[in-house]
Design a protein around this ligand. Structure first.
Ligand SMILES: [Zn+2]
Length: 353
């Protein structure tokens, strides 16, 4: 039996097939690649050692490092490379389907054209889809630290692209001092153009930002949503409507530093309240952790059994924006992989006894 060893679930959770819905392209870049690209593009970095590049103490100092990464990305080929590598790393963690954010405002602030960013990403996606066992759609993130009119321009660009490549829009960066309702024109345009809508909210801002994202901006998903726990009425509404939260437990420990340990995360309480919570990595290149680490930590922190961890993987499918037939195929594949994983684990246990 699986339960006969000292809890094997956290290790088994690592090898589950996964959907990932909250992961940033720029934050997924390998540190060694950023160091190489910075050198090639003549960008001075504060350090030479890739392992020392990604040091930060909170969300705002994290965003400063994020700026350095974006400064190092100049040509379309730079974006092609980090897109391909991000998906190569995803496959190593058994991510079968990903919706990945990209935040062009950062590179654009350094003079890179939006078309250059997008041409590179598109090439990286095409290559990854040809070579690798993963499907990825992009979500264009507007920068909440920037002007709402710039956000509307970005959405207008996204609206002209293939929906199979850009499936929706989101908003990231700081929540501090940001009135989320000012992004209404961008979100209205997205709705009219058939783009799906999400928003980083309730990460370093209050539950009120989640309410504004849902009720004013018409978001269909919430990224992070940690502070939803502070508003039981809103939480009941989110649970009832099956509005997914894309939760990034280790990121909340390592980047936002709102908690010291995953065990303090409201993830389990939100799930018990019926909220459709999913597990995601956020910025794996920058934190040095992967979605498998998040799965492992969640299993351990909340003593979840394998059934529950498998259900979390399936919840990722429910929460994603792939067409229905693609979701059904993912589900069939995941169930078969769960069975195969359990058979392997069972054999390993028997072999030891
Ligand atoms: Zn994020």
């Amino acid at each position: 039996m699986l339960g006969s060893m000292s809890d094997p679930v956290p290790a088994l959770a690592r090898s589950l097939p996964k959907v990932e819905l909250h992961c940033h392209l720029e934050g997924s870049a390998r540190p060694a690649t950023i160091v190489e690209l910075a050198k090639k593009n003549g960008v001075a970095l504060p350090v030479d050692d890739p392992t020392e590049l990604f040091h930060f103490d909170d969300l705002n100092s994290f965003l400063a490092v994020y700026g350095i990464i974006c400064q190092s990305l100049v040509t379309a080929d730079d974006f092609r490379r980090i897109t391909y590598e991000a998906l190569e790393d995803a496959v190593a963690d058994r991510v079968r389907y990903r919706e990945m954010f990209f935040s062009p405002s950062f590179a654009m602030a350094y003079g890179v054209a939006l078309e250059t960013v997008w041409d590179g990403i598109r090439a990286g996606l095409a290559e990854a889809h040809a070579d690798l066992d993963v499907r990825c759609r992009m979500v264009l993130d507007v920068d909440k630290g920037g002007a709402p009119s710039a956000a509307t321009d970005l959405v207008a660009f996204a609206a002209q692209q293939d929906r199979d490549l850009i499936v929706g829009i989101g908003g990231d960066s700081t929540e501090r001092g940001v009135d989320h309702s000012t992004f209404l024109p961008a979100y209205e345009l997205a709705a009219r153009q058939g783009l799906r809508r999400t928003m980083h909210a309730g990460e370093d801002g209050p539950a009120e930002n989640i309410a504004i994202s849902l009720d004013v901006l018409g978001c269909e998903r919430i990224d992070h949503g940690v502070r939803l726990i502070d508003d039981p009425e809103l939480m009941a509404r989110v649970a009832e409507a099956r509005i997914p939260l894309t939760v990034c437990p280790l990121s909340n420990v390592l980047i936002a530093r709102m908690i010291d340990d995953v065990a303090e995360h409201p993830f389990a309480r939100q799930r018990e309240a019926g909220v459709l919570v999913t597990v995601n990595s956020d910025d794996p290149g920058m934190t040095g952790t992967t979605i498998s680490d998040d799965y492992e930590h969640v299993a351990r922190a909340f003593s979840y059994d394998l059934d529950t961890m498998e259900q979390l993987a399936l919840d990722g499918i429910e929460a994603c924006w792939a067409p229905d037939d693609e979701k059904a195929a993912l589900r069939t594949r995941f169930l078969a992989e769960f069975d195969a994983g359990r058979a392997d684990a069972d054999m390993a246990v028997r072999g030891m006894s």
